[in-house]
Write a protein that binds this ligand. Structure first.
Ligand SMILES: Nc1ncnc2c1ncn2[C@@H]1O[C@H](COP(=O)(O)OP(=O)(O)OP(=O)(O)O)[C@@H](O)[C@H]1O
Ligand SMILES: [Mg+2]
Length: 482
C-alpha cells in the first residue's frame, strides 16, 4: 500500500526543489489549486515580503496577496490561465505590513502535469520577482494598483503618486476628461491608504440641487427646512475616519464652497439648522473634469478653496494620449463583463485591433460601454469586429492599429499580427472611415485589398475590420473565388 503522507511529502519536496531552483534565480514561486488558493509558497517569499508571510497566505485565495485586479475571480489574468494561456511580466503592488508596498513582476502559467511528481491539486504556477530586478518587463507589461490597470508611463506615474500618498492625509484634486478613471483613482487612493478599513463615501456634487447638496454633505436637524421631518446624518459624518470623495467639485455653489473651506481649514462643521459644532476627521479627495483654474479666473470658484483642494494635484491623461493602456484595459473590462454573466470571453485579434484604432473621445467609459455592447451582441465566446458598436474605427484607422498591435506581447496574439500595408502597397481606394462593419466594400476595393495582402484571408479581413466569415460571405456574393 502506498503511504499517503509519504506521497504528500514527496510532492511538497518536489515543489521545494522547483522553488529553490527558481529561488537561486531570485524568484519566488507560488502554486495555486483550481480554486486559485495558494497551495504552496516558496520560503523566499519571506525575503521579498517579510517574515511570516508564507505561513499567513498558505491556503488563502491568491487575490488576498496579489489583489483582485490581478488574480481575482473577474480578472483578465485568471481568465487567461483558465483558458490554458500563460501571462508574463504583469506588475502589481503587494501590500506588506508593516513594510509598506512593494512592486513585483508576476508571471503565471497553467501547470503541465507531465509526471505525477507534482501535487495534482496544483494547477497554476506563479513566479514573482521584485520589479526593480526585472526592468525589461516594465515597458510592455500591464501594472495593477488597487483597481487601477495601466501600462502607459503616464498612468504608472499616477500609481507611483498614489503609492507616495499612502501615509499622507493631504487633500488631493484629481482632474481629467470625463471617463478617464478619476473615480477609480480616487477609490485606489483610499484603498491603499491607512484609512482603508474606514468608509469611502462618494458624493456627486453635480447630481443634487444646491439646497439638497448642503444637507447631503453636512446633514440636518429636524425642522431645519420644510420637509426636514427628522435628523439626518450627512456624508462628512458618515465618512468619519475615512475618505470623502467630492466628485464634480467644479459644480459646487459658492455658498457651499465657503463651508467646505472651513471643514478643510478647521476640521469642523455644523449640520444644517444646528448650532452644535461637529469635529471632522476625514481625508478629502475631489475630482472634476472642469478647468477649475478658469473657474477661479471667472469668479465661479473660490481661489482659497482651489489651492486648499489641490495640495496634491493628480492629472489623468485622456485615453487617446496613452494608447498602450487600451489593450490591458480592454482585457480587464472584458474579463469583468464576462465574470458578471458567467462567460469566458475573448477578443479576436481583429476586434482588438479595431479597439486599438479608435480614438476613444469618451475615454475608458466609452471603451467599457463598447465592450459591454459587444458582449451582449456576440453569440460565441470570441468577440468579432462586427460585434463592436458600428461607430468604432473604420478600416483606414487599422493602419495605426496594426502598428500599435505589433507592440502586443506575442502570447496575447492569437494569430499573426495583421498589419495594414505600407503606403506603397495600400489599396488604391482608401476605405471609408464611417462604414458600418457589416456593409461590403465595392468589388474593386475588395480585390485591391486581397492583392495587397497576397490573398491572406485573416489580414484582409482585419484590414476591413471584419471576421474571416464575413469576408468569405462578401467574396461569395461578388463571385470571387480563392
Ligand atoms: N485605469 C483603469 N483601470 C481599471 N478600470 C478603469 C480605469 N480607468 C477607468 N476605469 C473604468 O472605467 C469606467 C470609468 O471610470 P471612472 O468612472 O473612474 O471615470 P471618471 O473619470 O470618474 O468619469 P466621469 O468624469 O464621467 O465621472 C469605470 O468603470 C472604471 O472602473
Ligand atoms: Mg467619476
Amino acid at each position: 500500500m502506498p503511504d499517503g503522507s509519504a506521497g504528500c511529502d514527496s510532492k511538497r519536496i518536489a515543489f521545494e526543489a522547483v522553488s529553490s531552483a527558481f529561488g537561486s534565480l531570485g524568484r519566488v514561486c507560488l502554486a495555486l489549486n483550481a480554486a486559485f488558493e495558494i497551495a504552496h509558497v516558496s520560503p523566499r517569499m519571506e525575503a521579498l515580503l517579510g517574515p511570516g508571510v508564507a505561513a499567513r497566505y498558505r491556503g488563502r485565495p491568491v487575490e488576498e496577496l496579489l489583489g483582485p485586479d490581478l488574480l481575482g475571480p473577474s480578472s483578465a489574468m485568471r481568465a487567461a490561465l483558465e483558458a490554458g494561456e500563460r501571462r508574463e511580466g504583469w506588475r502589481a503592488w503587494l501590500r506588506t505590513e508593516p513594510a509598506g508596498s512593494r512592486l513585483v513582476s508576476v508571471s503565471a502559467a497553467p501547470l503541465d502535469h507531465v509526471s505525477d511528481a507534482c501535487d495534482p491539486d496544483a494547477r497554476y504556477l506563479l513566479v514573482l520577482r521584485a520589479a526593480e530586478e526585472d526592468p525589461g518587463a516594465g515597458g510592455a507589461a500591464p501594472t495593477s494598483f488597487s483597481g487601477v490597470i495601466a501600462r502607459s508611463q503616464a498612468m504608472v506615474g499616477v500609481m507611483h503618486l498614489l503609492e507616495n500618498l499612502q501615509h499622507s492625509d493631504v487633500s488631493v484634486l484629481i482632474t481629467g476628461e470625463s471617463g478617464v478613471g478619476k473615480g477609480v483613482v480616487a477609490h485606489a487612493l483610499h484603498a491603499s491608504s491607512s484609512r482603508r478599513a474606514r468608509p469611502f463615501v462618494a458624493v456627486n456634487c453635480a447630481a443634487l440641487p444646491d439646497t439638497l447638496l448642503e444637507s447631503e454633505l453636512f446633514g440636518h436637524v429636524r425642522g431645519a427646512f420644510t420637509g426636514a421631518v427628522r435628523d439626518r446624518v450627512g456624508r462628512f459624518e458618515l465618512a468619519h475616519g475615512g475618505t470623502i470623495f467630492l466628485d464634480e467639485i467644479g459644480d459646487i455653489p459658492l455658498h457651499l464652497q465657503a463651508k467646505l473651506l472651513r471643514v478643510i481649514q478647521e476640521r469642523t462643521f455644523e449640520r444644517v439648522g444646528d448650532s452644535r459644532t461637529i469635529k471632522s476627521d476625514v481625508r478629502i479627495v475631489a475630482a472634476t473634469h472642469r478647468d477649475l483654474h478658469r473657474g477661479v479666473a471667472e469668479g465661479r470658484f473660490r481661489e482659497d478653496l482651489y489651492y486648499r483642494l489641490r495640495v496634491f494635484p493628480i492629472e489623468i491623461p485622456p485615453l487617446r494620449e496613452r494608447p498602450e493602456d487600451i489593450e490591458p484595459l480592454a482585457r480587464h473590462l472584458l474579463a469583468r463583463v464576462g465574470a458578471r454573466s458567467g462567460r469566458a470571453l475573448r477578443f479576436s485579434p481583429c476586434a482588438l485591433r479595431v479597439l486599438l484604432a479608435h480614438p476613444w473621445p469618451g475615454n475608458v467609459r466609452e471603451l467599457e460601454n463598447a465592450i459591454e455592447y459587444a458582449a451582449t451582441v456576440a453569440l460565441g465566446q470570441t468577440l468579432q469586429p462586427e460585434d463592436l458598436p458600428p461607430d468604432l474605427a473604420g478600416p483606414r484607422d487599422l493602419a495605426h492599429a496594426g502598428a500599435t498591435a505589433a507592440a502586443l506581447p506575442a502570447s496575447d496574439q492569437g494569430e499573426p499580427a495583421p498589419r495594414a500595408p505600407a503606403s506603397t502597397t495600400a489599396p488604391a481606394t482608401p476605405p471609408s472611415t464611417s462604414r458600418s462593419p457589416r456593409r461590403p466594400p465595392p468589388r474593386a476595393e475588395l480585390l485591391d485589398a486581397l492583392t495587397n495582402y497576397r490573398w491572406h484571408m485573416t489580414k484582409t479581413a482585419c484590414h476591413f475590420g471584419v471576421s474571416r466569415t464575413t469576408l468569405w460571405r462578401w467574396l461569395r456574393a461578388e463571385g470571387i473565388s480563392c
